[in-house]
Design a protein around this ligand. Sequence first.
Ligand code: BGC
Length: 446
Amino acid sequence: MFRFTAILAIVSLVPSIVTAQASLYGQCGGVGWTGATTCDSGSSCQEINSYYSQCLPGSTTVPTTPTTQPASASGTTTSSAPTSTATGAAGNPFTGYEIYLSPYYVAEVQAAVANITDSALQAKASKVANIPNFTWLDEVAKVPTLGTYLADADALAKSSGNEQLLQIVVYDLPDRDCAAAASNGEFSIANNGQANYFNYIDQIVAQIQKYPGVRVVAIIEPDSMANLVTNLSVAKCANAASTYKACVQYALEQLATVGVYMYLDAGHAGWLGWPANLSPAAQLFAQTYQAAGSSPFFRGLATNVANYNALTTTSPDPITQGDANYDELLYIQALSPLLIEQGFPAQFIVDQGRSGVQNIRSAWGDWCNVKGAGFGTQPTTNTGSSLIDAIAWIKPGGECDGTSDSSSLRYDPHCSLSDALQPAPEAGTWFQTYFEQLVSNANPAL
Ligand code: BGC
């Protein structure tokens, strides 16, 4: 600590070399930094960690690393921050922002509400349109809509005075959903998939770059890394492994250049939370973090995306029997120290969109349109754990997990199990009966 203080003191003695202004997203401070410490207009210097401050959009000035340590009441210097909070990022990206409602989801919900005849149910359902959800960019053709939403969010921020945060899911890997069939995507590795994916990411980056005033939070590629931890015995996953890694790395690197805060998908308690999977998972996530340049914008991991697990429970679902990590918090608490050991101080975001009702599955691996599910805890940064930045609704409730039509190309048998609601349409399309079920069973009630 003393060494840091000394170095910073020396830096402060050489103002002649720090007069230029750093550009948007440029470095503007940190231990040993001798470049510009102020930013171009429209951005301000914000401390990401003690080694790195960066010019970020907006005028809020967050003080950079102090050049002297604050004195404690007794006159001695304060101790350094505990290592467990050395998150490597500038704090919770959700703090101070209003979440922009996804127009895509709002339109789906409004159409669904119009189709409900029971007026009590209709009143509850209409509330869902005001609860933040994520926009899934599950095909390249949807990327231009992101530009429209960013422009709208930017205008809203200006007219309301409330800074806007837009939530997206990046979900278009080649050979997507390699261990299942329901969400197979548009790109294939055999047919130029990696280049197509890079182009998909480039298009997202180009849109976001135009609106530096809007904060973007992205979930990166649900299921991708988890499949590489446990499903390499599936030929499609083994064949996809190196491409998935290259594509995810590209997404993480490129989106960081435009200041997107990212959480890479980390499956859920019933997948990577098993003792045998925790260490390999931590290793893969830490390697991915390092390969992508240990960017502070790679904020951490997302869990339970599109799944049904509780964040915490005092009575574990019988299907979890045998796994000490029977809920998401236990999983996160088990994974976190392993990640920190390997140099990845990850924070978490947890999907609770469909977790309102527990003990509804016949097996923990059942993921398709599970009967009896209800909307869960509503999005909040009041998470009860310093490891968790936000509880969110990530899977848009009412969008289907997969078709139950066995003649479909993307038919997956999980979607006709006895605990799956049927008949179900194609993945991602609207499933009205399922939406109504989520509304009726919401816990807390809508
Ligand atoms: C589907 C996507 C959809 C996403 C969110 C996935 O299962 O494959 O098309 O965007 O769910 O509903």
